[in-house]
Design a protein around this ligand. Sequence first.
Ligand code: GLU
Length: 526
Amino acid sequence: MVRTRFAPSPTGYLHVGGLRTALYCYLFARKNNGKFILRIEDTDQKRFVEGAVENLLKTLEWVGLTYDEGPHKDKGFGPYVQSERTGLYRQHVEILLEKGAAYRCFCTAERLEEMREKQTRLKQAPMYDRTCLKLSKEEIAQKMESGIPFVIRQKIPHGEKLMFKDQIRGIVTFDSNTIDDQVLMKSDNFPTYHLANVVDDHFMEITHVIRGEEWLPSTPKHIFLYTAFDWKPPEFAHLPLLLNMDKTKLSKRQGDVSVEDYIQKGYGREAIINFIAMLGWHPGGGTEQEMFTLEELIEKFSIEQIHKAGAVFDLEKLNWFNFQWNKRKYTDKLQQMAKEIQSDCEIRVTEKNEKIFKFSTPEKEKMFTEIRGEILYEMAKQYLPNQWRDAGERFSKSLITVEEKILKNASESAVNLKFYFEPGPLNMGLVLSEKMKVDKTTAAKALQKSREALTNLENFESMEEIKSCLMQVVAELGYKNGQVFWPVRVALTNEQFTPGVFEVIWALGKEETLKRLGEALNSLQV
Ligand code: GLU
């Protein structure tokens, strides 16, 4: 049975690269009816971060990657936290010592530092010079007796060409003479990553080790350990690096690297999973489909389709996925609500693949507007001041006018909606516009006439009617559209960029529209 594992070291947050590893391990296990295991690699006590494991579990749960075995889910292979397995590692390092596959090293930190400096000076790759390998049994016993601290190092068999088949990269070859005698057990009796990782992968019966490419140089060390123990190594698959847009290794400096940051910013789980899945993988087969649910990913996933080349982490692409998923979820919900209001409501699909819902009565239309605002509010809620809700109908309508923006990035909702609820004092410089050919007289006339026409308009529920009302004003004044629409829109919003003037009027409603136009006229006349 296929058994994969995600084996993070808890550093405090889940790195996007870590999420990709977890996702591919998960997909591969699910696809093959296997098991996905979570193992916490916390042997580096110096790097212990309070709450890191809980945070990791929470994030994995949020994105929907449920593990079959792991902390709090022991299926007979536990414990799944390395700091709770130290006895097992000690036992196994003894076996290696007995077999001559490991040795004690008493070198002091100073001595090792000197050695490294010398090697660097001579332009040699830094590696342990095996001084302690030459110690006799007696010397070792004597040093141990005098209580000199020691570490245990792996004895890499020299003079070998180590070859293994990586599931993604094909045959990989290493010259064993270039491999360092890695520390396996530190002087505090804690294992290093290498020993713990191999022992655990064996005892947890892991069949496929899927992990980041940065671990590729460690793999020969691991294979030598498997051989020393007489164990069968698992299959290995090393995932391509994640890159910044400039093709350097993905770094914190160029943006967020923790999944929690993206969750915080309002990205949805489907978008995050979809985007992460495509970082170095594609279902192939000439498909143009880009949006995949987790279930679809399971069905389509295969290691063969993972690319060798580094994968660029393109925020624009993540934004695109987020928009597409929000839109899909939103439209599905709208459709369901529309059906509840009127089972045979008319649904028209526009060229841009947007759905327009038509109801048989204005009352139903109104109900739908409210529901639509409510759904959008759910998405933007955490980013909006509570008191704006008190504006009632204006609130739902205002959300609808910035619908696309909310679906793209809900976290900016407050900025996009502020003018509806807290308009600043009128900025005359913005109302008057040379480009739009709006001077003081033009503005005054346009505002005056529009106010009159809108005062006589009864139905503010129909954007069409608002539009023809203002078009009438344009015609009567003999102005260009912009000479009316610009000053009216700026007078109402006091912003350069907002939804279109008809939408703004529709959302503000008659009373507020007339009030704001009146105020603008007053300040124009003084
Ligand atoms: N603990 C290692 C990490 O933090 C795991 C590497 C591996 O999967 O072997 O990435």
